[in-house]
Design a protein around this ligand. Structure first.
Ligand code: ATP
Length: 527
């Protein structure tokens, strides 16, 4: 490969300063190869600036130049890039390249053998090829063995998160195993209908390794690919349900604990199997009200009882509208068995098309239910001696695991998702948290994630995310607010590089054909 620069000096902590030719295209996060004699080292460009030996602000000659018409060509002479780089990988040596070592672009990879030797791994088994390392044709290998260490995908609106998630899903749906295709069993909480086409006209993008693909909706179904969503309340504790139901009337502030305790006491008198009938049918609600009325004699004030009654009505109004509650819920343990056995994909469509008019608290109840279901299912499997694996993708994660700064009450989801994040990896849960405002996602949960895809993120979010994740070296994190769409910095355990690197996500029209993207506005307008 062509030489593009020379090492100037080596610094502390594996850092290297180099001069690079000014006429090559470079970006922070890009990787280069350094040759020090026969010793090869891969380095990452962390920071750079263009300098010109000819230009000195203070020199009288420069001053005249600045005042007169500038001769650009003259100024451009002797321009070089001063680059700060850090070592990512060494090939069978442990030294730091000496001053004078040659900097090159990454090598060409002609075949699988080249790829294996670039990454220094014995086989591609268990890896998927993701995007291309910026400035090269080398795919980044992602290690599927680290998938249960959880993943964060962060980027501001329009930075390419949804496209990236779709791309990842297509990769995770077509995993080569010998001459067979398999897939990671997965449930997606689809906030905006970005994956709807995976159950219809783009099904072949993801059906390679999957035997079952369904979309759950909260309206009448329109095709065989759709299932009407219902959940089983017996999976919740009396306390969780009581807090949730009472807080429906109080919005974001803490639920009234007296009312919550009262409702919990009444629910505790019943078997959890009865919760669906009690809270999901008119007769059940009336039965609960009668039981509450009887408690007047035990010292509960009529106003507390009245308040609980009215919270119950609010709750019942919600579940009745969507027929949401049933002991034979449409997503249950058997569904997870099917998803596991067929390496299936279940899409929970929370878009305005799939779940028209559904509010955030109802969505939280559903996400909480699914998280409990997954945890129960995988824990049982593990204890019966069979390790399974299921990925749960949660878009708009800040609505389910908010930080203390984010004004959303998420009691019903937060605890169970924290448990999934901390315990889940033992049982085979792989969490994918997607958010445009990672600063509003709970810090503790962020610290549980081990692989990150950083798209362009808001300046205000950078500090929070970096302190919560320990994700990137400082120089590189500074480049995040100006990252181009289609580029992502990948860091963490799944990356075969084990060090952050900039990756270009290839564009594919079909992966790009989803809700957030209009491919040809003129033809749509003209018809
Ligand atoms: N890899 C890519 N290469 C080229 N263009 C891309 C790429 N990824 C995304 N884009 C462009 O950027 C647009 C926005 O991408 P995307 O919808 O994925 O952003 P987002 O971060 O999910 O935004 P939001 O948070 O609003 O959903 C796409 O419609 C597409 O035009």
């Amino acid at each position: 490969m062509e030489s593009v620069g020379i090492v100037l000096q080596r610094g502390e902590n594996n850092s290297i300063s180099a001069l690079l030719k000014a006429d090559i295209e470079i970006t922070s996060g890009q990787l280069f190869l350094i040759e020090d004699g026969s010793k090869k080292t891969v380095v990452r460009l962390d920071e750079y600036s263009y300098i010109n030996e000819f230009f000195d602000e203070k020199a009288p000659f420069s001053k005249t130049l600045l005042n007169d018409k500038i001769d650009v060509e003259l100024l451009h002479m002797n321009t070089v890039i001063k680059a700060e780089m850090s070592i990512v990988k060494r090939y069978n040596h442990s030294s730091v390249p000496k001053p004078g070592s040659i900097v090159k672009l990454l090598p060409e990879i002609k075949d699988e053998k080249d790829l294996l030797s670039f990454y220094q791994i014995p086989s591609l088994q268990g890896y998927i090829e993701y995007g291309r390392l910026a400035g090269s044709k080398i795919p980044l290998l992602l290690d599927l063995n680290a998938i249960t260490m959880h993943i964060g995908i962060f980027g501001e609106t329009g930075s390419g998160k949804s496209y990236n998630m779709r791309y990842l899903i297509t990769l995770l749906s077509n995993i080569k195993l010998g001459d067979k295709l398999t897939a990671i069993p997965m449930i997606i909480i689809d906030a905006n209908g970005d994956y709807s086409d995976f159950t219809s006209f783009n099904i072949d993008l993801i059906s390679g390794g999957r035997g079952w693909i369904k979309k759950y909706v909260m309206r009448d179904t329109l095709s065989d690919a759709e299932v009407r969503l219902s959940i089983d309340l017996s999976l919740f504790t009396a306390k969780d349900l009581a807090d949730f139901i009472i807080s429906l009337k109080y919005g974001d502030s803490a639920p009234n604990s007296l009312q919550s305790n009262l409702l919990e006491q009444v629910l505790l008198q019943h078997d959890p199997q009865e919760y669906n009938w009690l809270l999901g049918s008119r007769e059940g609600i009336e039965a609960l009200k009668t039981e509450l009325e009887e408690l007047k004699t035990s010292g509960f004030s009529p106003s507390t009882i009245r308040a609980v009654n009215s919270s119950l009505e609010v709750f019942y109004g919600k579940v009745k509208k969507y027929n949401l509650v049933s002991s034979s819920s449409s997503i249950n343990e058997q569904t997870l068995d099917v998803i596991w056995n067929t390496k299936g994909l279940g899409i929970i469509d929370f878009s305005s098309d799939g779940s028209p008019g559904v509010d955030i608290s109802t969505k939280q109840l559903i996400v909480s239910y699914i998280a409990r279901l997954i945890l129960d299912y995988l824990t049982k499997s593990k204890y019966s001696g069979k390790q399974k694996l299921l990925a749960l993708v949660i878009e708009e994660a800040q609505n389910y695991i908010p930080s203390s700064d984010y004004p959303v009450n998420a009691r019903i989801t937060k605890d169970v998702l924290v448990t999934l994040a901390t315990q889940g990896r033992k049982f085979g849960v792989s969490l994918f948290l997607v958010s445009q405002r990672p600063a509003f996602v709970d810090k503790y949960v962020l610290s549980m994630l081990n692989t990150f895809f950083f798209h362009r993120i808001y300046h205000e979010d950078v500090k929070y995310v970096m302190s919560a994740t320990g994700g990137l070296p400082e120089h590189l994190s500074k480049s995040l607010p100006s990252l181009d769409t289609g580029y992502v910095i990948v860091s963490g355990l799944m990356s075969a590089l084990r060090s952050p690197a900039l990756v270009k996500i290839p564009w594919d029209d079909r992966i790009g054909s989803y809700a957030g993207y209009v491919s040809d506005i003129e033809s749509i307008l003209v018809g």
